[in-house]
Design a protein around this ligand. Sequence first.
Ligand SMILES: *Cc1c(COP(=O)(O)O)cnc(C)c1O
Length: 430
Amino acid sequence: MAEPPNWLNLDHVWLPYAQMATAPLPLPVVGAQGVRLALADGRELIDGISSWWTACHGYGHPHIVAAVQKQAAQLSHVMFAGLAHEPAYTLAARLAALLPGDLEHVFFSESGSVSVEIALKMALQYWRNHGRPERRRVLAFRGGYHGDTFMTMAATDPAVGMHEAFRGIVPPALFADLPRDEASAAAFHELLDAQAPTLAAVVVEPLVQGAGGFRLHDAATLARIRAACDFHGLLLVADEIMTGFGRTGSLFACQQAHAVPDIVCLSKALTGGTLPLAATVARRHVFDAFRGEAFERALMHGPTYMANALACAAANASLDLFEREPRLLQVAAIEDQLRHELEACRSLPGVVDVRVKGALGVVELDGPAAGLRPAFVERGVWLRPFGNVVYLMPPFVIDTADLSRLTTTVWEVVARWSRERPKEKVRDVV
Ligand SMILES: *Cc1c(COP(=O)(O)O)cnc(C)c1O
């Protein structure tokens, strides 16, 4: 092993989701192109998870690089109150055009968690502005994850286990099972019958629950949730932070259920994995609830770096690529290949499930998977199993040979694990 570069130590940097007493040194990356990360010691890794699910066009796409460079030379950032710039206004109009129905009012922020916070603030104040301040609880689903800030932790299933230390500080959301079948749908409706008058909104990750363990549900489930929200007059917040921009096979997951949420949260792949940006997008009736003579009706939120011009330029360039390059066809091809090539894992002892949706492939084990991380790096691929899952979320531009490298490596590593079946318990998160 080569020596780490001289700047790499854990004296001052606090790592995400890490026990700093035992965290291994992270891998020093000196560059990234296409689907490959270049390490300081000259090794290359194929990135199978798109840097926390963001880099949908791969790394260093010349069109995004050029757009950000051009924007940096002209205007990097100005405050968004009282001042305006073209990249943000263009991006808002483009998102409004791409999203279904009348989802057309865009509030920018800088991270996914904050975009969900803003959605929940919108939902609560929506009811306050309608003279129904008692409607201020949120219903969320078991297995869901919505972020690491306080209100989003409250809407994340406590069983997901990342936020134990903060349990109860903010009153938890009301939790229901996804209405996947008759029994769970009946329980869901019963809960809503009893609780709807106290609820402001239902929040859901459409079609795929991500960080909670990559569980899938079908479009009919989502349509059932939309119908129940309509029946009870509840706002539906779709957290498309992970699913948005093609990951599940359509530009937005909610389109597969022909469901138009009242509020949508977008982030992760919004800038193609280049700069932090998020958007909370509301339908017209939500937006209208905030209009009026009284200033108190207005939405009281305004991040300092709201609608950063570099990030908006990157997002516009990313949307250009969805228009110019066949991203959704690439996702469909990835889906076929993943289905075909991951299937071999299903018969391995200890493998509980293999599931694929769009450009997401999951191999679920009957035990903790985080211990497999070094084995992937040794084999030249960047995967970060957590909980009981090994998952793939490659950039959409990956070619069939590189995708085969990923699936073959998953098979190899899981097959070895299956033979040796470790018994130790590893507690871990994303
Ligand atoms: C990643 C994620 C978030 C949180 O986004 P951050 O940018 O990490 O704050 C929220 N919801 C979902 C579904 C996510 O995948």
